[in-house]
Design a protein. Structure first.
Length: 269
C-alpha cells in the first residue's frame, strides 16, 4: 500500500522522497490541474457553487481518481469554493454566482496513492479593476515564493518573498492559514508560512514535497471562521484571493506538479 511506504525524514519531521516518487506526484497533480482547466467554461453568472462541485466530483470519478476531501474530517464535497471575501474552505451551496464575483476553486485528488492539490482563481462575468489587481498580485506572489525553492534556502525565504512583495502592493498576507507537506498523505509537515524572515525555518532539501498557497486580502489580514467550522472570511469583508501549486524540491531548484495543461492557471491569460 502506498500509505504504508516508509520515507526518511529530516529532524523537523519533513519527509524526503526519492526521484521515482516525483512521477506519482506529477500524475496526481496533472489530474487536479486538468479538472480546474475543464471548469473554466462552467464558471458563469447564475451557476451555483453546488453545481460546480457536482461537476468536479463527476470529473474526478471519470478520470479514475478519488476525491481527497469527501469524508475528510466530515467534509462532504469534492472541492472548496471561496467567493469574494471568503478566504478559504468555502462550502459549495445553492448560492448562485453574480456578475463580477471572483472565486477560488480548490481541488485535491488521489491517484495511485499520491495526492494532487491545487487551487486557482476564477471570474464570473466581468472583472472589476480592484479584483483584477488583487488576483494579479496574488498570482505573482505565489511565483515569487516558488522562485525561492531550492536546496539550501529556507522556508522563511519563501514566506519573506511573498510577504514583502504583497505588502509593497499595499495588500496583506493571511497569517491564519498556510501551505503544507503532502505526498502519500494529504497534510504533513512542514507548515509553509506565506510570511516571515529570510533565513528562518527549516532548510529545503531535495525530495521535499509541499504546497505553496498564499491568501492575499485587499484589506487587513485578519480572518474569522464561520459557525459551520469551515468557511474562513476576512474580518473587514475585503476581497481575498488565493493560488496554490504543489511543489517538489529538486537537486537545483523545483518542479511544479500542478501546472495547467492548457495554460489556464491565471483566469485572464
Amino acid at each position: 500500500m502506498f500509505g504504508s511506504k516508509k520515507f526518511p525524514t529530516t529532524k523537523d519531521g519533513i519527509r524526503i522522497h526519492s526521484a521515482s516518487d516525483f512521477a506519482g506526484m506529477h500524475a496526481a497533480g496533472k489530474v487536479a490541474a486538468e479538472i480546474l482547466d475543464e471548469m473554466c467554461e462552467h464558471v458563469q453568472p447564475g451557476v451555483s457553487t453546488a453545481e460546480l462541485d457536482r461537476l468536479i466530483e463527476d470529473k474526478v470519478t471519470a478520470k479514475g481518481a478519488t476525491s481527497a476531501t469527501i469524508g475528510y474530517r466530515g467534509y462532504q464535497h469534492a472541492s472548496c469554493i471561496s467567493i469574494n471575501h471568503v478566504v478559504c474552505h468555502g462550502i459549495p451551496s445553492e448560492k448562485r454566482l453574480k456578475d463580477g464575483d471572483i472565486l477560488n476553486i480548490d481541488v485535491t485528488v488521489v491517484v495511485d496513492g499520491w495526492f494532487g492539490d491545487t487551487s486557482r482563481m476564477f471570474v464570473a462575468g466581468k472583472l472589476n479593476r480592484k479584483a483584477e489587481r488583487l488576483i494579479q498580485v496574488t498570482h505573482d506572489a505565489l511565483f515569487k515564493g516558488i522562485e525561492m525553492v531550492k536546496p539550501g534556502n529556507t522556508f522563511g525565504d519563501i514566506g519573506h518573498a511573498i510577504q514583502t512583495y504583497v505588502e509593497a502592493q499595499r495588500m496583506s498576507v493571511v497569517r491564519d492559514f498556510c501551505g503544507h507537506g503532502l505526498g502519500t498523505v494529504f497534510h504533513a509537515p512542514p507548515n509553509v508560512l506565506h510570511y516571515g524572515r529570510a533565513g528562518d525555518g527549516a532548510v529545503l532539501e531535495e525530495g521535499m514535497f509541499f504546497t505553496i498557497e498564499p491568501m492575499v486580502n485587499l484589506g487587513r489580514p485578519e480572518t474569522k471562521v464561520l459557525s459551520d467550522d469551515w468557511t474562513a472570511v476576512t474580518r473587514d469583508r475585503s476581497l481575498s484571493a488565493q493560488f496554490e501549486h504543489s511543489i517538489g524540491v529538486t537537486s537545483n531548484g523545483f518542479e511544479i506538479f500542478t501546472l495547467s495543461p492548457e495554460n489556464r492557471f491565471h483566469p485572464t491569460y
